[in-house]
Ligand binder design. Structure first.
Ligand SMILES: [Zn+2]
Length: 690
């Protein structure tokens, strides 16, 4: 018997391993593998909604597998026997040894499997025997525990529901655990009813489809029926069939028995909404409207759906903002936030809790990110939250960690600028600054520059913020990890003997000084910085207290950029707006027109699809160095001088792209710093090659 069971257990383990290999879990395992016992995952911290898997010492009088079997295996030690296990033990369906054995197999599986399934599989216990045992013991089982043990509900969701129940109780409200689970979308009501019907043998009823016996309801008050969530349906073989929304709620069962006699009740199960509707119909009232259900039935499905939707729309961030009327779900697409829909506010606690569970490190530590797989795409999701009036405001930033960096040709720069940028990159030393406003695409351009520099003869080191894309073949260093000082991270990167060292981004005096010092010492440094344009980037670095002559001598060039929304190809039409008319005289053809999208299904009526980059490259020659060293040089005078030296500004590059119909002229006028006295379009096109 024992050898037979061991063979079966080996097969179970092998199948679990094969499953892991074949279709990797959509997310990393939620439960640390060091946690050995599914029944030992309740913790005191659950009350605060910050539960963490931890082992629980059995309470006094609680049966424990280890004590029941004298097993010496430490894994099963102190694992308290849950409701189902105890029921199966008491009914004589399993022996304590079998139970302990199944526990140990489960501990080794590494994937979550309900103990119930394992017992069935390893010891070939038939469904009928299990159901019979549970049916006989069902008065002693607790709904939440049962759902967890059967694998219908996660332990942490049960803990959340219990903490909500405790909170409500302290305020004098009383709700059944089943109600809380359904209201907070922690379990699908149909699934719950099915689970109880399948495993406990409660017949599944549909009170809406059968005529009710008014005389039966009259024996109780309709209020009592509604309060306890049940409705008597009919007499059958001397008993009254009563449909309960939670047939395991002792108070509800007691109320029904008080009316129809201790042995006079045949409990059945039905969905709560159906019970309410039937009672309302009987009282001649309109059936209450069903609550607006989000299409996915649980928060797990809902979050998966939201993440898939955002990834499908190529959004870079998801905003979940609780308001008085619900949670606004907004996506940032092409740099602009748009509201997708409003979710029921009742989802908020479960959704936040679920996200917190996902953002839990393998070792139980709190981190701020998790991995989500959508089709072939793997995204890192970084979460930030803050408390506002109606709950917690959540921002999830999505990062396609598996994406390969774009090539320089794909960043959208004009052909002539690209040629000058390549020349700039080929210099053996000096600092190349990449500047853009936040969200302007400078980090992507940094990776494109590094991809152009990478090669068999080049060693790359990148110092960047957490959550950056992976870069094949480069030594990547995350800033601020484990509270490491910037200077130490920078030294570790330099110790890799890099030919090119990249810094994303210069945002402090020490990062500015480190980058400039390394460039002045003869290294090739490529760094990003947040600034409106090229001169702004220079002034920002100088503003960090870097010695101006040193900065001017180390700086090789500044590439500034901005991303504009691209006009939707499908619905682009001549732009007749006032802004367009103001700029029209710049166009070369007398009857030429700028283009703008008017909205179609392809662009979800926004008129925009995708983004287009505009660029400005400031090469630093001797003239610039002399000018820039002067302490008093203002931004305006430096900008005027750079235009005079032939630099095409961001605005002018934007006008060139608008003239080509890539972006709307209104977008150019709104998003880019205006040029002083612009050049003619012909001259701009000549200087950019667009
Ligand atoms: Zn369109």
């Amino acid at each position: 018997m024992r050898a037979h069971a061991a063979r079966r257990a080996r097969r179970v383990l092998a199948r679990a391993a094969a499953r892991r290999g074949r279709s990797p879990c959509r997310r990393r395992a939620l439960i640390p593998s060091s946690c050995v016992c599914g029944f030992a995952r309740t913790g005191g911290a659950a009350a605060q909604g910050v539960s963490r898997p931890q082992r629980r010492v059995p309470a006094d009088g609680e049966l424990c597998v280890a004590t029941a079997t004298n097993a010496t295996n430490t894994a099963a030690e102190h694992a308290p026997v849950g409701g189902i296990s105890r029921a199966l033990l008491d009914a004589g369906v399993v022996t304590p040894e079998q139970l302990a054995y199944a526990e140990r197999v489960r501990a080794k599986l590494g994937v979550e499997r309900p103990l119930f399934d394992l017992l069935r599989e390893i010891f070939s216990i038939g469904d009928a025997r299990l159901r019979d045992a549970l049916e006989r013991q069902r008065d002693r089982l607790k709904l939440g525990e049962l759902l967890v043990e059967l694998g219908y509900l996660r332990q942490e969701f049960l803990e959340l529901a219990l903490s909500i129940q405790r909170d409500e109780k302290s305020k004098g409200e009383r709700r059944r655990i089943g109600e809380i689970l359904i209201d907070h979308h922690l379990i699908d009501e149909t699934k719950l009813a099915e689970a109880l019907a399948i495993h406990l043998g409660f017949p599944l009823e549909a009170p809406g489809l059968v005529p009710l016996d008014a005389a039966l309801v009259a024996e109780l008050s309709a209020d009592a029926c509604e309060r306890h969530g049940f409705v008597p349906l009919r007499r059958h073989e001397g008993r009254v069939v009563v449909a309960f929304s939670d047939p395991m709620d002792p108070d509800a069962v007691a109320a029904a028995r008080a009316a129809f006699g201790a042995d006079g009740v045949a409990p059945a199960i039905a969905e709560r909404a159906a019970i309410r509707a039937a009672l309302a119909r009987l009282a001649g009232r309109q059936a209450p409207a069903a609550p607006v259900a989000a299409s996915p039935s649980t928060v797990v499905d809902l979050l998966d759906e939201i993440l898939d939707e955002a990834i499908g729309a190529a959004a870079c961030a998801i905003h979940l903002e609780p308001r008085a009327d619900g949670i606004a779900l907004r996506l940032r697409e092409d740099g602009v936030l748009s509201t997708r829909r409003v979710l029921p506010l009742s989802l908020a606690p479960a959704l936040v809790h679920h996200l917190r569970v996902l953002c839990r490190g393998e070792d139980g530590s709190d981190v701020t990110h998790f991995v989500h797989r959508s089709g072939a795409q793997t995204c890192e999701v970084r979460m930030a939250s803050c408390a506002i009036a109606h709950g917690e405001r959540i921002v999830l930033r999505l990062l396609d960690v598996g994406a390969t960096p774009a090539s320089l040709d794909a960043i959208g720069a004009s052909p002539l600028l690209l040629g000058r940028l390549r020349a700039e990159l080929s210099r053996p030393s000096g600092l190349l600054l990449l500047a853009s406003p936040p969200g302007g695409g400078r980090s992507a351009t940094l990776h494109a520059c590094l991809a152009a520099l990478a090669g068999a003869n080049t060693a790359l080191a990148i110092v960047e913020s957490p959550g950056a894309r992976r870069f094949e073949g480069a030594a990547q260093f995350v800033r601020g990890r484990d509270r490491e000082r910037f200077a130490d991270t920078w030294l570790r990167a330099l110790a890799q003997d890099p030919d090119v060292i990249a810094l994303d981004e210069i945002d402090s005096p020490e990062s500015a000084q480190a980058a400039v010092a390394a460039a002045a010492a003869g290294r090739r440094v490529v760094a990003t910085c947040a600034a409106e344009d090229a001169v702004g980037a220079y002034l920002r670095i100088a503003g960090f207290g870097v010695d101006r002559p040193l900065l001017a001598s180390a700086l090789g060039g500044v590439l500034a950029q901005q991303l504009l929304r691209r006009v939707c190809d499908t619905c682009a039409q001549p732009d007749v707006s006032r802004t367009a008319r103001r700029f029209e005289q710049m166009l070369l053809e007398p009857d030429g027109r700028f283009l703008a999208g008017h909205g179609c299904a392809e662009c979800r009526t926004t008129g925009f699809r995708g983004r287009a980059g505009v660029f400005e490259l400031l090469g630093i020659g001797d003239d610039e160095r002399r000018r820039w060293i002067a302490e008093h040089a203002s931004g305006d005078s430096l900008r005027a001088a750079s235009v005079a030296a032939g630099v095409v500004t961001l605005f002018e590059d934007g006008v060139a792209r608008a003239a080509r119909g890539h972006v709307s002229i209104a977008e150019v006028a709104r998003r880019l710093p205006p040029a002083a006295d612009g050049r003619s379009l012909a001259e701009i096109l000549g200087r950019t090659g667009r």
